[in-house]
Design a protein around this ligand. Sequence first.
Ligand SMILES: *[C@@H]1O[C@H](CO)[C@@H](O)[C@H](O)[C@H]1NC(C)=O
Length: 410
Amino acid sequence: MSAKLLAWIVLVLVLVADFFDLSMAQSKKFVCSYSPAKANPIGYQPEYIPLEVCTHVIFKSFDFPNFVGRQMLFSDNDKIAFSRVLTSVRKRSNAVRVVASIKGSSRDFTSTANTLVRRKAFVQAAVALLLELDADAIELNWSVIYSSGLNTDRSTMVSLLQDLRQALNSASKSIKNRNRELWFRGSLHPNVIPESYNVFDICDLVDHVTLDPDTADNLESAHAPLYGTPIVLPVQAQAFIRNLGSVINPETGFYTTTQRWIDEGCPPKKLLFGIGLHGVRKAYSASLRSLVGDRATLGPAEAKYLEYYELCKTIREAGWNYAWDQYGTMPYATRALQNGMEERISYEDLNSLRYKMDMVVGKRFGGIYMDYVHSDDIYGSCGQAYPLTSYLSSRVRSIPSDIGFAIEWN
Ligand SMILES: *[C@@H]1O[C@H](CO)[C@@H](O)[C@H](O)[C@H]1NC(C)=O
């Protein structure tokens, strides 16, 4: 091989490497959430968070701050726990961003956003998380609840977000090259989206909306369904409601509900699709099931969350039958219990995650977040450690950057 050719090959390789670096910088977000309250009991330290795959760590979470005098204060314990996570991340990486999630009920948030004094106090407390505790972003987990009629969330949300955005912009200016972000947790409950959110304004004001998959886990037998199960009406009913046809498509699946966020004006790249690394177990009577089919799991059956690291062991026990929910596009396992009861665990596996990731790619979301990184089989008790995280990470990494396709103007 001539020296000239060799030099040329080296040059091409360097250019190719450069190109990949560039595309990495534009790449999709892979957000790992971490909850000390859940991680501590299983001995999972912030030091274990796999920063080689996470682009962001969400700390979950700060309780809603208390109003003291004219100030709002976060709990000291939450601040200490947050600082532990932040310090550990900073020590290991200067690229990974840390997001402080603040949770509150609809009541907490609306009563704060409603009055000028409280709203100012909240904004001040939130900015302190950025400037004093050095968070890169805050996320509001404003838990809207579905109630038809009276809804105060919709308007108050925008005023609070406006004030936060303004405060964040000036905080970002005070330190050069430190861009602080505002994130917002969004519900995927089909009734909540049009009722409680002014989607267009929210997405204009925030940097990212994290779409929470646990907001719709009681609508279908599959707890995180891609599509809703069609309801076939009995013949008698069809005569009454002629114009509906014989099949009703419930708009409960994530394919539809995420689309609502887009259709109501949210740029897809601002949306981070949530993936829960847990299953949901329900017990119900076997005779009811033979009567009404899969929907037996919907009624009063109480849902119990099982982290993937425990459920991967549970479903290996004897007596389980495995099946696939064709509309939810996710697996489930059932087994008989005593006294005529049955139990069913709906869960995610590599197959169901493949369909979800296909949607993430197809809809060109900004990335995904995982609840929680420590819910995966972190210690490898069912095989390779972090099976779901590894798969999701490899899928996110393989999404070509948007820049490669088109230049987006907003
Ligand atoms: C939001 O907060 C509620 C409790 O208010 C919690 O159950 C839920 O898991 C949180 N969601 C996220 C995405 O952190």
